[in-house]
Design a binder for this molecule. Structure first.
Ligand code: ADP
Ligand code: MG
Length: 700
């Protein structure tokens, strides 16, 4: 224990003390995020290859994802009539040949591949004109048997494959990592308490890391990896467990009473029946609000699942108890939309509703005075709600729409009101369960997993750019019927502009050539907010028929009359984004359509994204797929959130481990909230050093 504490407290060993690392390589390693000996030892292989075991191509079936090693038989680069280069690489396992094809590739590939060399390949096997083919495989050139005598790796069967950066080869990195362990493995300090290592039969940290790099037994490698994943999950869950404890011990909330006064009135007035999911979620919220704890609940529901009405019931419960209810939306236009909808639904029920806008305007100080003096009202607005000069008399409930669009401090401002209001967060980006547990930890999650009835699924087409003119004619059919259409273009880097149809050019083309008889408007991110708002309003009012835009069209904006969404360069968008964009149509009773315009060549990932979109409209299915394809880092702005990120753990594959780590963490914190027990010394030390600062970032 003593050595471990001393080690973890001392400064990390810089890279330059490692054999084989000079200034130049230290820089290359820096690009991989490695700055110390310890980080080098904690750098995970992305996969392993076996030099001996090798499946033969004969046994393989098209459509499968396979990994194998083979010898390069030929390399051929030719140009298409349009001048695009295509790379064909012939490989053979001694019996059968296969062609790997790249439709786009860096110039260096032409020098890289040499007939006779062995290469490891990983990709989906396909068949083309009766022959085996693999498009855009992952690959790894294997070194000739040139390792010197005495080289550690020479006789090894299982080799780690690391993520690389240009200028650094597998072989070099393997050697450097080996050298790092040889001299500095003492830097690796244990991070898990003895009780947990024993409980799960985990190897100690040093052994685990060595196994991950040098192991030959796949089961042992898997266990070592599991240990590291567990470690990360465990500490992230300690964070949440402590947060929950804090709430239970220190934060008392309002105990509302279900008086069924306004809520029943609303139920009778609704122009539709609540879906089963809506009714269930309302019950979940009411149970929370009627308890003495401060509610902290996330409502997840796909676009159009009807989250607003669910919140309205919660707001009415607060109001009938003599409290204020605030609804905060990320943009003025969304706030206004909520204001209009809610005013309509509450017509005839005497509840004051205030729409508080940003900036200065006539009547604002009057509004602020009402907010300060009166209770029993609903207040809707943007960030305007959390300005310092807005004082609430008796805030009982806070609803945050599109919660991910707000910063931590912004959400906390309302949460920390003296009255300890109940908190409801809305999210239209469905988050898979595993991620919710790590992003939201102890937050209660309600899911509206049912769409209102008779809502037609948006019909989705994948169309090649060459068919764009046909698509434009199909869109015209809709315009003729009085419907409206969105065209969305990706936001483009200046330098790449020439390759892509950008919003401006598409707008010109549509306005001057194709839809001359309609009003076609352009909206993009560089416009001032007021201009965007004005255009959006006109579109909502039906004065504009065709809206061409970059992705700035508001998430959540409701234009039921819009029935077509055309997404140009759909391959450039992520799945979550495509889903959000498609959710802008199909909000009325009419059939809606989405055209995904694709430009070849498509990467494998892009192809999978687009076919997922064509197959399903279920936001949760799409989110799961997105998580699988991209990993959680980029998703949901998680990486920017400052919350723990995972280097070892995989949120898709390691969900089982997450559940175990979570249970352990919550159990420990329950019995020992301050981690004061002597046997938790190491745990406490590690947690305080690495995680404590993150406690304040947590959602309230
Ligand atoms: P979102 O979850 O995307 O915020 P909204 O709350 O804006 O969805 O609701 C989308 C539309 O569906 C609104 O026009 C709303 O009036 C309507 N709606 C909500 N619930 C139902 C229901 N149970 N039956 C029919 N229509 C509903
Ligand atoms: Mg909404």
């Amino acid at each position: 224990m003593d050595t471990q504490e001393r080690n973890s407290a001392s400064a990390p060993t810089p890279l330059k003390f490692i054999k084989g690392v000079g200034e130049h390589r230290a820089r290359l390693l820096g690009r991989l995020g490695i700055t110390s000996a310890l980080e080098l030892m904690e750098f995970f292989p992305r996969t392993y290859i076996s030099r001996i075991l090798n499946p033969s191509l004969k046994q393989m079936i098209a459509g499968e994802l396979i990994s194998f090693t083979a010898q390069i038989s030929f390399i051929d680069v030719h140009k298409t009539p349009k001048g695009k280069k295509i790379l064909n690489l012939g490989v053979s396992d001694g019996e059968i040949g296969l062609t790997c094809v790249w439709f786009s590739f860096p110039a260096s590939y032409e020098q890289l591949f040499r007939p006779g060399r062995r290469v490891w390949l990983n990709g989906v096997l396909s068949e083309y004109q009766g022959k085996l083919q693999m498009n855009h495989p992952e690959f790894e050139l294997l070194e000739e048997d040139s390792e010197e005598e005495g080289d550690f790796w020479r006789d090894r069967e299982t080799l780690p494959i690391y993520p690389l950066t240009e200028g650094l080869s597998q072989k070099q990195l393997r050697k450097i990592i080996y050298n790092a362990f040889e001299k500095h493995n003492r830097d690796i300090a244990e991070a898990l308490p003895e009780e947990l290592l024993e409980k799960h039969n985990f190897p100690d940290r040093r052994t685990a890391l060595m196994t991950i790099h040098f192991g030959q037994d796949h089961q042992k490698i898997a266990l070592a990896r599991m240990r590291m994943a567990y470690e990360e999950f465990f500490y992230s869950q300690i964070l949440w467990a402590r947060h929950q404890m804090h709430h239970k011990i220190e934060v008392k909330g309002i105990t509302f009473v279900n008086k069924k006064h306004y809520t029943t009135a609303l139920k009778h007035k609704l122009p539709f029946r609540l879906t089963g999911a809506q009714a269930r979620v309302i019950t979940e919220i009411f149970d929370d609000m009627c308890s003495d704890k401060q509610m902290s609940r996330l409502i997840q529901g796909d676009v159009g699942s009807g989250k607003t009405i669910v919140c309205l019931f919660a707001m009415l419960l607060a109001v009938e108890n003599g409290y204020q209810a605030a609804l905060m939306a990320p943009t003025e236009i969304l706030a206004e939309q909520h204001y209009q909808n809610i005013s309509k639904l509450l017509a005839g029920i005497q509840i004051p509703i205030i729409l508080l806008k940003g900036g200065t305007y006539k009547g604002k100080s009057q509004q602020k005075e009402e907010i300060r003096e009166a209770s029993g009202q609903i207040i809707i607005g943007t960030h305007a709600l959390i300005q310092k000069d807005v004082e609430y008399k008796r805030l009982g409930l806070v609803v945050v729409d599109e919660q991910h669009r707000f910063g931590v401090e912004q959400r906390a401002t309302l949460a920390k009101q003296e009255s300890a209001p109940d908190l409801l967060y809305l999210s239209a980006t469905p988050i898979p369960r595993s991620l919710a547990m790590t992003v939201y930890g102890d937050l209660q999650v309600s899911v509206i997993d049912e769409l209102p009835p008779r809502r037609k699924k948006v019909i989705t087409f994948l169309r090649s750019e060459r068919k764009l003119d046909i698509v434009l004619q199909e869109v015209r059919q809709q315009l003729r019927q009085g419907r409206q259409a969105y065209f969305v273009c990706p936001l483009i880097e200046e330098s790449e502009k020439k390759n892509l149809i950008d919003a401006q050019r598409l707008h010109e083309y549509l306005a001057n050539k194709i839809y001359k008889e309609y009003r076609v408007s352009l909206m993009h991110g560089r416009m001032p907010a007021s201009e965007k708002d004005a255009i959006m309003r006109e579109f909502k009012a039906g004065e504009i028929q065709v809206l061409v835009s970059t992705t700035v069209i508001e998430v959540g904006v409701d234009v039921p009359n819009a029935s077509v969404m055309v997404i140009e360069h759909a391959e450039c968008f992520g799945l979550a984004q495509l889903h959000q964009l498609r959710g802008r149509v199909g909000r009325g009773a009419d059939q809606a359509y989405c055209y995904l315009i694709e430009h070849v060549p498509l990467s494998r990932m892009a192809r999978q994204r687009l076919s997922t979109m064509a197959i399903t409209t279920d936001g949760f299915e799409i989110a799961e797929k997105d998580l699988e394809l991209r990993g959680p880092g980029e998703l949901f702005g998680y990486e920017q959130s400052g919350l723990p990120t995972f280097r070892f753990a995989n949120l898709v594959k390691d969900q089982g481990i997450l559940a175990i780590a979570r249970a352990d963490a919550f159990e420990i914190v329950k019995s020992d909230p301050y981690l004061a027990d002597e046997k938790r010394k190491l745990l406490k030390h590690y947690y305080f050093a690495n995680y404590l600062s993150k406690e304040e970032l947590i959602l309230y």
